[in-house]
Structure formats: structure tokens, C-alpha cells
Design a protein around this ligand. Structure first.
Ligand code: PLP
Length: 441
């Protein structure tokens, strides 16, 4: 039997296996967990991943290329660089802005504006790069920075803005990009929760110098673990390639040797530096203090298959959000509902809810009720990150008293809208919300 035939048989068995596995996953109201997020897949992901395993290339190769091409077409962005997590994408974005390859790199002690209600690895790279975070408050309902307040945070030391689009809700990108241009600031969009969201008809992650994405299973598509950094800027893309790959001088978007291991790279022995021997192999010349933050081709294979499903995922997320919004809008006396700015088309990561301070119950009551009934909830990440143990002693500046950020820490939580929440799960969620609210009528 030839290899092709064996492969076909393996794939047929995967389809059988998947069908059996799927049967076990039936939803039983009250007994099965309604997750806030999770993997949504079928046999196609399994087959494509196994195909990558059988190729046994392992490191970034064919599927990296396929994913990057498809992702850059989807987002309409020039460069896509795969990494092993959204956190790594954030680390590379900030680190790249300090590269000596840039004409005006960020310098130690300079400032980066960012919201105080944030995810830890949006903030940590700022600190790890010896930059000073400047914290700005967010608005209740959008859970994003107010653009006017952002402007008031700028001083002569400010060099960049690092903005998460909270739970997929777009920041006011036209105003923010204008402020950045007027003040000569770099913009990094943390779009880890915002794949598929648009502002003014354009995908988030493509406005700033960098956009970052996460492909952890909770996110809009998954690679198991994984992430991407996107940019339209050729030099920033080169710098990120170098830093992702040990800091070496090789910065081609794709190594010629991946396509053809026997090829001769024309650039390998012609890289000139002052202090190294003339014939020094470029693969061992280092222009940055780099990392190795690459994922495997097996992860890329999974992402490639997930991306094909993404148009359906987007629809489902939006539908689920609308259903929850319709239900919760009946109880506005108790809850602050999420909202988006004009020109925004969010592809929500989740449905955020803030319990009003004058409601007859507390966040704890509704969260515990939902959890007891097997409906997963989560808090808005770190809340006011300055209150988290890890960040107690950092150097920072803040603007105002972060009143809303503190409210989020006490009163906000979210539930899921991911495509794994089907009609039955949603019916169950609505029933339970009604049951809870009824107790306080
Ligand atoms: C806003 C935001 N940024 C960054 C990350 C980090 O992504 P990863 O888990 O892939 O490292 C997350 C993860 O959930 C996130 O929500």
C-alpha cells in the first residue's frame, strides 16, 4: 500500500472517531457546563493537524505560509508573523519599538499610555522593557479608554499608546490615530480579544503600528496556544522576525530553506558587520537580544483550518450577543449594559455586565448563582491592575482617580457568546437569568 492510501485511511478513521466523540458532547441543561469560551472544531481540524504531523516538518513550514497568506488577506494587512501566544505578540510589539534598528527607538524611562483595567501581559512587556506605564481610566459600558482622557495623559516623555480593544469592543480608532499622529506616538492595538471586530469598516489590529492576536482556545479562533503580530510596516516586520527568532540577522518573512532545504541562500555569507569575520554565516549573526517565540507548524495547521470557519463564528458571536442584550435590556435598573461607539462593528469576545451599585444584589450573588447552575462567568481580567500583587511596586504614572476602573473591579463580570453556545445552551442561560432576576423583583 502506498503512503497516500494509508493517509486516506487514517483520515477516514479520524472522521469516524470525531463522530463518536461528538455524540458524547450532548448538552444536558443543568448538568453540562455552559462554558464562557472554548474550542469549536470538527474532524477537519483533526485531519489538517494530523497531516502536519505526518509531514513531520514540525517547525514553521507549509501551514505557517498558508495561515499567514489567508490571515493577511482576511485582515488586509501586509505582514503577519506567527508567535506562540498573544502575550508573546505583545512582548515583541513593545520590544520592537526599542530596537536599535529604528531611527528613534523608545528609550528607558519613556512613557506608554495604557488603560488601568487590563490584561497582565498587555502591561508586563512595558515594564519588562524599562518603560513607564501611564494609566488612564476606562468608561463603563465600553470598558475602553476615553479618547479625550487619553489625550490629557500625554506629556513630553510619551512615546506610545498600547490599547486593548476590551472584549472585542473597538476603541475610537479615528480619534486615537489622529491624536497619535499629532503627538508622534506609536500605537499598538492589543486585538487579542477582537479578531473580526471592525471600526469604520476596517478590521481592528490594522490601524496601529502593530496589532496583536491570541489563538488560545478561549479566543475567536484557536491554535491550542498561539498568536500573531501584524503590521503594514516593512522595517517593523523585519525587527519582529529577528526578535522572534533568537535575535538573528535573518529577517526574511520566510526562509528560503523552508521551501527547499537544499537551496543556497544568497544572503547567508554576505552580511557585513564591523566586528565579525567577513564570511560569518548570517544565521549566526545577532542584531537583537532576541527570544524564540515561534509556534509549531502543527499549531499553524489548526489555525489555518479554524480561519475557514471564522465567518460562521463571527455571525454566531454577534447573534449570541444580541440575544443576551435583548434579555438584559429588560433589567437595566440592575445592570449597566455594554455599548459600542458609532462606526464600531464588534465581534464580541464575551458579554460584559456591570451590576449597578444600587441594585438589590451584588455581583457575588449573580456570579455564584450562575456558577452554581453550571454557567461559567469570568471577571474583567485583572480589574484595576495596580491592585494586583504583582504590580504593587512598579514605577508608573496615573491620570485621575481611576474611578470606573475601580468600579469594574467590584461590580463587573462577563458571560460567554462563543459559537459553542447553541440554541439549547442559550435557552438555558436565559431561563436562569430570569430565575435570578425574579428573586429580586
Ligand atoms: C487582551 C488580552 N491580551 C493578551 C492576552 C494574552 O494572550 P495569550 O493567552 O495567548 O498569551 C489575552 C489573553 O486572554 C488577552 O485577553
Amino acid at each position: 500500500m502506498d503512503k497516500r492510501k494509508i493517509k486516506e485511511q487514517i483520515f477516514e478513521k479520524i472522521i469516524e472517531y470525531y463522530a463518536l466523540k461528538k455524540e458524547e458532547e450532548r448538552f444536558v441543561p443543568g448538568e453540562s457546563k455552559v462554558h464562557f469560551a472554548g474550542r469549536v472544531y470538527d474532524y477537519k481540524e483533526m485531519i489538517t493537524m494530523v497531516d502536519a504531523v505526518l509531514d513531520f516538518w514540525l517547525t514553521l513550514g507549509k501551514y505557517d505560509r498558508l495561515f499567514r497568506d489567508a490571515f493577511s488577506k482576511f485582515l488586509d494587512v501586509k505582514h503577519v508573523i506567527l508567535v506562540n501566544s498573544g502575550s508573546s505578540a505583545n512582548l515583541l510589539a513593545i520590544s520592537a519599538l526599542k530596537s536599535s534598528q529604528l531611527e528613534h527607538p523608545l528609550k528607558k524611562g519613556e512613557e506608554v499610555i495604557t488603560p488601568a483595567a487590563t490584561f497582565p501581559t498587555t502591561l508586563s512587556p512595558i515594564i519588562q522593557n524599562n518603560l513607564i506605564p501611564v494609566f488612564v481610566d476606562i468608561e463603563l459600558g465600553t470598558y475602553n479608554i476615553n479618547a479625550k482622557e487619553l489625550e490629557s495623559a500625554i506629556c513630553e516623555k510619551t512615546r506610545a499608546i498600547f490599547l486593548p480593544h476590551t472584549l472585542g469592543n473597538p476603541n475610537e480608532m479615528d480619534v486615537i490615530m489622529e491624536i497619535a499622529a499629532e503627538n508622534n506616538l506609536y500605537v499598538i492595538e492589543d486585538a487579542c480579544d477582537a479578531l473580526g471586530s471592525k471600526y469604520d469598516g476596517r478590521f481592528l489590529g490594522t490601524f496601529g503600528d502593530f496589532g496583536t492576536f491570541s489563538f488560545y482556545p478561549a479566543h475567536h479562533i484557536t491554535m491550542g496556544e498561539g498568536g500573531a503580530i501584524v503590521t503594514n510596516n516593512d522595517s517593523l516586520s523585519s525587527i519582529v522576525h529577528s526578535m522572534r527568532d533568537w535575535g538573528r540577522a535573518c529577517t526574511c518573512p520566510e526562509c528560503i530553506l523552508v521551501k527547499d532545504p537544499n537551496a543556497m541562500c544568497p544572503l547567508r555569507f554576505s552580511y557585513k558587520t564591523e566586528d565579525l569575520p567577513e564570511d560569518y554565516d548570517k544565521r549566526y549573526i545577532y542584531i537583537h537580544e532576541g527570544y524564540n517565540l515561534k509556534p509549531t507548524d502543527i499549531q499553524a495547521a489548526l489555525g489555518y483550518e479554524q480561519l475557514k470557519k471564522f465567518p460562521d463564528f463571527m455571525k454566531k458571536r454577534r447573534q449570541n450577543f444580541e440575544i443576551l442584550y435583548d434579555e438584559f435590556s429588560k433589567y437595566e435598573d440592575y445592570f449597566i449594559l455594554p455599548y459600542s461607539l458609532p462606526k464600531s462593528e464588534p465581534c464580541w469576545f464575551a458579554f460584559p455586565i456591570t451590576v449597578r451599585e444600587n441594585a438589590r444584589f451584588k455581583r457575588r450573588d449573580i456570579v455564584q448563582f450562575l456558577e452554581r447552575n453550571n454557567i461559567e462567568t469570568r471577571l474583567l481580567f485583572a480589574g484595576n491592575i495596580l491592585n494586583q500583587p504583582a504590580y504593587k511596586n512598579i514605577a508608573y504614572r496615573k491620570v485621575g482617580n481611576l474611578a470606573n476602573t475601580n468600579k469594574v473591579m467590584k461590580h463587573t463580570f462577563f458571560i460567554g457568546v462563543y459559537p459553542g453556545i447553541g440554541e439549547e445552551e442559550m435557552k438555558y442561560i436565559l431561563e436562569k437569568i430570569r430565575e435570578f432576576v425574579w428573586r429580586y423583583k
